[in-house]
Design a protein around this ligand. Structure first.
Ligand code: FJE
Ligand code: FE
Length: 355
């Protein structure tokens, strides 16, 4: 496979082959969803729950019929990615490959000159949410910009984007990058960007709880982001002693990633979990979270409708079949079928222009 991606139809390759080979690893999997099962403690929890008062991040309902609980906990340890960058990968690491429609969640922390130089994407969306510092992105179609703490870039790669993502502020530049799969009917769509500045993301504050609504809805407030694959993305901060209930569509895959502090998720009797952990939630209609610590708790809650389609991934190409992956590699190498503009990009691109 590596041979076929390296044999280019274009006459010159001046792109870092080292970076490319570290970017592109193949994994093949069939998407699956956690089994629909009932938690043995669900009834006991139902009674305990009524003693708590909390902010409800959805509607007037006080409790859930089928509360979600944690079925898997994974620590995202630091690993090298891109060009000298460090990421903590939770979704997408060995223990957490299939959380349909989610493909990857990286918490990145990058100082110049490290970064993510020119690389392609096809068949999915990348969602970059900055926590600290700034990142500049630049693509082969001339789309360029810098996102800073609190800003969001929702990039639907569709049939093809080639871009670079590099740190833009001194010191550590931190954020989260989520990869969401696209359904077979959207994989070859025209690429599109949705960019939100910090002030464009709605924030609701209630009873010690702050939620930034990146995608989906909370406390009756809807994000303007259009999600090709139905998705919710909420950034919660709970002050010490506060708690929140958030509704999540019943059949969606859902997980939490803890950015800062520690919290109790799903059941009041569960052990507190700290930063850099991902918690996969059982099916159910909502989740409850408590901050019983002395420091603020910050976590993101992600939910998505499973696509239930075969997933064949070759690094930054995510398709449904092996034949489509081979086509993506050929299209990238030959600058065609969505990668056409690669020919004219004056960056570190491998393909030469018409002259
Ligand atoms: C990529 C390896 C990579 N996580 N977090 C392989 F590192 C990347 C890649 C990123 C990335 C970029 C940002 Cl800004 C933040 C990231 C991985 O660019 F696309 C492949 N295929
Ligand atoms: Fe990228």
């Amino acid at each position: 496979m590596m041979m076929s991606i390296m044999s280019s139809c274009c006459s010159s390759i001046n792109y870092s082959t080292l970076f490319r080979s570290s970017m592109i690893k193949q994994t093949t999997s069939i998407a699956c969803f956690p089994p629909l099962c009932c938690h043995p403690k669900a009834k006991r929890y139902w009674f305990i729950k009524s003693r708590y008062k909390s902010a409800m991040g959805d509607d007037e309902t006080q409790s859930f019929q089928n509360p979600r609980y944690v079925i898997k906990k994974v620590l995202a340890r630091p690993q090298h990615e891109g060009n000298g960058a460090i990421v903590r990968r939770s979704i997408g690491r060995g223990e957490l490959k299939n959380l349909d429609p989610f493909l990857m969640l990286d918490e990145f922390s990058v100082s110049a000159p490290a970064g993510f130089p020119d690389h392609p994407h096809r068949g999915f969306e990348t969602v970059t949410y900055m926590l600290e510092g700034a990142f500049t992105h630049q693509d082969f179609a001339g789309h360029k910009g810098t996102i800073r703490a609190g800003d969001l870039q929702w990039m639907t790669a569709g049939k093809g984007i080639i871009h670079s993502e590099m740190p833009a502020a001194p010191g550590e530049n931190k954020g989260l990058q989520l990869w969401i799969n696209l359904s077979s009917k959207n994989k070859m769509m025209e690429p599109r960007y949705q960019e939100l500045k910090r002030e464009d993301i709605s924030e609701v504050k209630r009873e010690g709880v702050t939620v930034r609504i990146i995608a989906g809805e909370s406390f009756g407030v809807q994000s303007p982001v259009y999600t090709q694959t139905p998705t919710m993305y909420l950034d919660f901060t709970l002050s010490p002693g506060s708690q929140v209930q958030q509704r999540i569509p019943e059949s969606w895959s859902a997980f939490v990633y803890i950015v800062e502090g520690e919290g109790v998720f799903g059941e009041p009797s569960a052990a507190a979990v700290g930063s850099h952990h991902a918690l996969v939630l059982s099916p159910g209609d909502g989740v409850e979270v408590w901050n019983r610590a002395a420091k603020p708790l910050r976590f993101v809650l992600l939910g998505g409708q499973p696509l239930m389609e075969p997933v064949v991934q070759y690094g930054p190409f995510v398709m449904n079949t092996q034949a489509e992956i081979e086509q993506a590699i050929e299209d990238f190498n030959c600058c065609k079928n969505g990668f056409d503009k690669g020919k004219f990009w004056a960056s570190l691109m491998k393909c030469e222009g018409p002259n």
